[in-house]
Design a protein around this ligand. Structure first.
Ligand SMILES: CC(C)(COP(=O)(O)OP(=O)(O)OC[C@H]1O[C@@H](n2cnc3c(N)ncnc32)[C@H](O)[C@@H]1OP(=O)(O)O)[C@@H](O)C(=O)NCCC(=O)NCCS
Length: 230
């Protein structure tokens, strides 16, 4: 009952449209899915896998939220709207997370055993986001709407896009390219051409010196090598 009470309070705190706890309890599919999952997870842990699956499928039919009975769900999870959510068997979700409709915590099909992500505490997973694979999403992170996250997300980060990139950590932008001093960037091709030009110049000077030395010694005709060619 304590867990239900704190979950209802979490919905009230996170959803500005929520009016009363009674309304949340009676009408919010996220609350129903969480309650069904607690029963399904209990049955799963006690090796009643068929019954566990039955409860989870009933919950899916009723709420549009499919949480595998094996998934570990933390306290005060808020699932807003709810339709089209899939949470895989080896997924773990920490405390105080907020998940919107259309989210998948799934596998890529490439892993055995632990195949689904481990979500930290106080993580926001926005609408339509897919988090795929057995990696961690750090505490207090935000996964943007429609992002496809394929690798670990550090704590306090914002992950955006397909495949998701970390665009912010602890409120600071990680757009490293913007921080580069564009006016002092050197062109490596021009630098190489300049180095080759310096070498050619040095070789020409050396050749001239040798030629002058030999001419002085009378070992070569009076014409320079270039003059001889022409
Ligand atoms: C990601 C999100 C939570 C904002 O997090 P934040 O840490 O405050 O990040 P910011 O808003 O500062 O955005 C950081 C950058 O990511 C970009 N960005 C944000 N959300 C994005 C998205 N879904 N897809 C692509 N880029 C996105 C921003 O444009 C910004 O880019 P810039 O630095 O080049 O300007 C928010 O944008 C979001 O996706 N919310 C969805 C919530 C939701 O599901 N609501 C459904 C209610 S029904």
């Amino acid at each position: 009952m304590t867990r239900l009470g704190e979950t209802l309070r979490a919905y009230q705190a996170r959803d500005p449209a929520a009016r009363s706890r009674l309304e949340i309890f009676l009408l919010y599919p996220g609350v129903h899915a969480t309650l069904y999952h607690r029963l399904a997870h209990f049955l799963y842990r006690h090796h009643m896998k068929f019954l566990a699956r039955l409860v989870s499928q009933w919950s899916r039919f009723w709420t549009g939220i499919e949480i595998h009975p094996g998934a570990k769900i933390g306290r005060r999870l808020v699932i807003d709207h709810g339709m089209g959510i899939v949470i895989g068997e080896t997924a773990e979700v920490g405390d105080d997370c907020l998940i919107y409709h259309g989210v998948t915590l799934g596998g890529t099909g490439k892993d055995q055993g632990k195949r689904h992500p481990t979500i930290g505490n106080n993580v926001l997973i926005s609408t339509g986001a897919k988090v795929l694979g057995p990696f961690k999403v750090g505490d207090n992170s935000r996964i943007a709407a429609n992002a496809v996250v394929l690798s670990e997300v550090p704590p306090d980060a914002t992950a955006v896009g397909i495949p998701a990139q970390i665009v912010k950590i602890a409120g600071h932008s990680t757009h490293y390219a913007d921080e580069v001093d564009q006016t002092s960037v050197k062109n490596p091709t021009l630098e190489r051409i300049a180095a080759l030009s310096d070498r050619v110049e040095a070789l020409e000077k050396l050749l001239d010196t040798k030629f002058t030395e030999k001419k002085t010694a009378g070992a070569v005709p009076a014409q320079s090598p270039e003059q001889e060619k022409s």
